[in-house]
Write a protein that binds this ligand. Structure first.
Ligand code: HEM
Length: 126
């Protein structure tokens, strides 16, 4: 059976750590200030939701879809002004999170383009 990115990242614990590291990077990296400004003060809810979403997206349990149904993630983002700057800051934070959780280089390389495509798909302005 092909190993999924979910398993390569360490399953539930690993993906939870990745979501945590993503928002830690968003808070700590001065270059991610615009992205931070779009989010609530309290990040506990979004940390959980990103974990739930990535769990299924990475080939693990489809927690987000089981809980919230077939929500269109692009529509959820339509209420936020997402331009090239916010897209690039999201990717910067995800690459930093991958580095912080010591993701195996082959899974970081494998996911870089799919994450870039997802981030571009959320963009709703120049
Ligand atoms: C491209 C730049 C992106 C920006 C600026 C952005 C920004 C945001 C913001 C402001 C929220 C609401 C946070 C809150 O409720 O406190 C959100 C929710 C969310 N984002 Fe993003 N996001 C981006 C890309 C992505 C990508 C690529 C993914 C998935 C791979 C993603 C997954 C999610 C999820 C799962 C939620 C929760 C949605 C819900 O409320 O059910 N986002 N995002």
């Amino acid at each position: 059976m092909e190993t999924t990115p979910y398993e390569m990242l360490g399953g539930e614990t690993g993906v939870r750590r990745l979501a945590e590291a993503f928002y830690d990077a968003m808070v700590e990296l001065p270059e991610a200030a615009d992205l931070r400004a779009l989010h609530n003060e309290d990040l506990s809810g979004i940390k959980r939701k990103l974990f739930e979403y990535l769990s299924g997206w990475l080939g693990g349990p489809m927690i987000y879809f089981e809980k919230y149904g077939g929500v269109c993630i692009r529509s959820v983002h339509a209420r936020f002004p997402i331009g090239a700057a916010e897209r690039d800051q999201w990717l910067l934070c995800m690459r930093e999170a991958m580095r912080r959780v010591n993701a195996p280089p082959q899974v970081a390389a494998l996911l870089d383009l799919p994450f870039a495509r997802m981030a571009e798909a959320m963009r709703n302005r120049a």
